[in-house]
Design a protein. Structure first.
Lengths: 112, 107
């Protein structure tokens, strides 16, 4: 049972390039989330999705785009990467709205 | 948005000691969860605890929703307990994390 997988695990890119981070879950959980973790800020919610084709903004959505055409996938796209988007990105899922949250292993992104 | 404050920010213990971590939040919430981030960066859910008390081995948690705080108790600490402990609260679908308590357990 793979649970939640994220790819790539590490990524180096340059300012202005488009980058897509992938999140895949095998549990058929309804809810999926994207967070970024930076020193001094803890984890901050970027976007979340309550079901396929339903997405909404979190605390820090600017510069990011998400989609969810299938229940199991929730890609996060940085349309034009900036240095301030250097961070560790975590994907998470809940089976339902008021349920335990499970995290993927994270993707370390460096924008040069 | 909801504010989440955790204390203390840092905690150093000798193996075998007990500790209490606190999480205060500024508004009514739908649920509250505690997570442990190990030194390799992995986030593990410890408790889903919108109210009441739960125990899991050496760890227990209590949330008093009416007074807007939660406590995480670690008894007989072990070096493997080291890492950062996060409290996260949810209002509707918005999740907010505290800044964490960094725990170091020395052998």
């Amino acid at each position: 049972d793979a649970g939640i997988t994220q790819s790539p695990r590490y990524k180096i890119t340059e300012t202005g390039r488009q980058v897509t981070l992938m999140c895949h879950q095998t549990w058929s959980h309804s809810y999926m989330f994207w967070y970024r973790q930076d020193l001094g800020h803890g984890l901050r919610l970027i976007y979340y999705s309550a079901a396929a084709d339903i997405t909404d903004k979190g605390e820090v959505p600017d510069g990011y785009v998400v989609s969810r055409s299938k229940t199991e996938n929730f890609p996060l796209t940085l349309e034009s990467a900036t240095r301030s988007q250097t961070s560790v990105y975590f994907c998470a899922t809940n089976r339902g709205r008021k349920e335990t949250q499970y995290f993927g292993p994270g993707t370390r992104l460096l924008v040069l | 948005g909801i504010q989440v404050e955790q204390s203390p920010p840092d905690l150093i213990l000798q193996e075998g000691a007990n500790s209490t971590l606190r999480c205060n939040f500024s508004d009514s919430v739908n649920n509250l969860q505690w997570f442990h981030q190990n030194p390799w960066g992995q986030l593990i859910n410890l408790f889903y605890i919108p109210s009441g008390t739960k125990q899991n081995g050496r760890l227990s948690a209590t949330t008093v929703a009416t007074e807007r705080y939660s406590l995480l108790y670690i008894s007989s600490s072990q070096t493997t307990d080291s890492g950062v402990y996060f409290c996260a609260v949810q209002f509707n679908n918005d999740m907010r994390f505290g800044a964490g308590t960094r725990l170091t357990v020395k052998p």
